[in-house]
Design a protein around this ligand. Structure first.
Ligand SMILES: NC(=O)C1=CN([C@@H]2O[C@H](COP(=O)(O)OP(=O)(O)OC[C@H]3O[C@@H](n4cnc5c(N)ncnc54)[C@H](O)[C@@H]3O)[C@@H](O)[C@H]2O)C=CC1
Ligand SMILES: O=C(O)CCC(=O)C(=O)O
Length: 323
């Protein structure tokens, strides 16, 4: 890591997960002679902490930290905000655009990691891997049953990079895949051997629903009480996209009353999910927003965003502009 705190025009990296598996992302800055340092705060930043970090920064590399209009307004030297990942719902992109600040991200860098994690979570949910593990460790030796995936229908909501990668994996498990994505042409679904359908049709047909769309700022949950009620009795839900896409209280209720057989959740409306109704809901597998945490994705996300930060600071157009 190049620690040149105190110099002006530096890159401040606030995400704790930057370069966790390899130093190669730091080397991008070093080779370009761009001063870069980690945040002084060794935890996900609150808005006021981010205001302090952004004050003298030319670039911010953020994970899930809230880059609000207040943060942007307090950062007169800021030229680029880099999302160490894909979803930019934690960044006020409109405020950045208005301030003439570039936003970049790392599309595709974590597709394989999240698709693998989605299948891991789905298999863990249906075959009850977590209670089975606990039972063995606690000496009870209970044995659990669950449905096979073959022949079941998977509904993929959001058929971009991750949605398509999940569909390919699900087809490898002999599942039938339907998908909803109103922004894509019919050819994309056909090329993947997947039937395109409306949201309601997907929900009604699915044995498993998996979410792979962005969270739009201010949007209500895509899956509220009414949508969850439309799912087949005994269906499963997997959410590795964003917590705000699902009404957590309604999901917990649907699990408790047995309408849904299980849910696997990597992302929460608020993270960490202190007080979330999902924490004590039955038949859940919960992970701490680590869908992107493969070694390979970590290296790829870091080098991708570091490269674009250097490009913007040198006056070049970024490879992966959001704005
Ligand atoms: N758990 C984790 O660690 C990670 C979570 N994610 C989440 O997964 C999301 C998807 O990532 P990618 O597939 O790489 O993005 P992508 O941009 O390749 O695909 C997103 C797709 O969602 C579609 N979409 C947008 N609004 C929609 C709507 N209302 N209904 C249905 N489809 C809609 C878009 O047309 C696009 O095809 C990200 O936005 C992020 O929130 C991404 C990476 C890591
Ligand atoms: O790992 C992170 O900090 C965020 C990953 C993520 O959710 C994304 O790429 O959108």
């Amino acid at each position: 890591m190049t620690d040149m705190s105190g110099s002006t025009g530096e890159v401040v990296v606030t995400t704790q997960s930057f370069a966790r598996y390899t130093d190669s992302p730091w080397r991008v800055f070093e080779e370009a002679r761009v001063p870069a340092r980690r945040s002084r705060f060794a935890h996900p930043l609150a808005e006021d902490e981010l205001v302090r970090e952004a004050a003298g920064a030319a670039a911010l590399v953020v994970g899930l930290d809230p880059v609000t209009a207040k943060v942007i307004g307090a950062a007169p030297s800021l030229r680029v905000i880099a999302k160490h990942g894909v979803g930019v719902d934690n960044i006020d992109v409109a405020a950045a655009r208005a301030a003439g600040i570039r936003v970049v991200n790392a599309p595709g860098a974590n597709t394989t990691a999240v698709a693998d994690m989605t299948m891991a979570l789905l298999l863990a949910a249906v075959r009850r891997i977590v209670p089975a593990h606990t039972s063995v460790v606690q000496g009870r030796w209970e044995r659990f049953f669950g449905p096979e995936l073959a022949g079941r229908t998977l509904a993929v909501i959001g058929f971009g990079r991750i949605g398509q990668a999940v569909a390919r994996r699900a087809r490898g498990f002999d599942m039938t895949v339907v998908a909803y994505d109103p922004h894509l042409p019919a050819e994309v679904f056909a090329e993947q051997g997947v039937r395109a359908a409306g949201l309601d049709e997907c929900l009604a047909a699915a044995d498993v629903v998996t979410l792979h769309l962005p969270l739009a700022p201010g949007a209500p949950p895509l899956l509220g009480r009414a949508e969850l009620a439309r799912l087949r009795p005994g269906a499963y839900l997997v959410n590795t996209a964003r917590g705000g896409l699902v009404d957590e209280a309604a999901l917990a209720e649907a699990l408790r009353d047995g309408h849904l057989a299980g849910a696997a959740v990597d992302v929460f409306a608020s993270e960490p999910p202190d007080g979330s109704p999902l924490l004590d809901a039955p038949n859940v597998v919960l992970t701490p927003h680590c869908g992107a945490f493969s070694h390979e994705a970590n290296a790829a996300m870091g080098t991708t965003v570091a490269t674009d930060v250097v490009r913007v600071l040198r006056g070049l157009p970024p490879v992966n502009p959001v704005v």
